[in-house]
Design a protein around this ligand. Sequence first.
Ligand code: NAD
Length: 252
Amino acid sequence: MNFEGQTALVTGAASKRGIGREIARQISQGGGTVIIADINQEMLEDAVKDIDQEKGSAYSAVLDVTSEEKVKQSLDELIGKFSKIDILVNNAGITRPTGVLDISEEEWDLIFDVNMKGTFFVTQHLLPHMKENNYGRIVNLSSVSGKRGGGIFGGSHYSAAKAAVTGFSKAVAREMAPFGITSNTVAPGLIATDITGGMLTDEKKKQLESDIPAKRAGTVEDVANAVAFLATKESSYVTGEEIDINGGSHID
Ligand code: NAD
């Protein structure tokens, strides 16, 4: 896909086997400039080297999306440096497999802060810039868990936060359509990444895979392909949409 002359900000894109890194790679391969924003500084450097090896168009930004002050400061700097940011992918996310009876307020807040509030902060601070340019592509990562109530790994806080991301994305789509800005979500099912932090046993993974009609977990490429489409100029009349990427494990 062609991203020549475009700049994209992808949050949570440092993780080595993560969805965000593959999204950044695809945008870079399409000729775009990518800003990889992540809380994990060590992995950030690795991500930039990895993507730069192929195209030389990746930059890093250390960013904790849960801090409004840091988001504002970082976005002011990035807009100053790159003059324009055309694409925002709100990909930073975390999950925990805690049952509803055991979720503490602290853990509830953490899951909401990273998945939902972080998406809100980055979007809110980038929107005035996109409005000024009369152009923007926003893609938010929700989850099948937000649609069917978990059933993979995350707890009810994760399902609730991801459902909130979808509602937020749709409302932004409606408000921002007059300004050439689209807002869409992708809802992945089980994708082979490190988000489960090693807490998903091989046995459980096999069982989950056998329940998926496609009989396999998704790949980061499966997700990034859809995100990349929603990030293109050509997707200009698609907004408020949610694309399921789950091998048939949930069909609306
Ligand atoms: P991952 O754990 O590989 O990557 C997540 C990244 O987010 C990491 O690089 C991490 O450092 C970063 N991050 C965490 N907290 C942050 C913060 N406060 N500020 C900035 N960055 C932060 O996860 P992944 O599997 O690649 O997931 C990417 C997105 O896709 C997430 O939003 C996740 O909820 C969603 N998703 C994943 C799956 C799956 O099965 N892997 C399924 C559905 C949805």
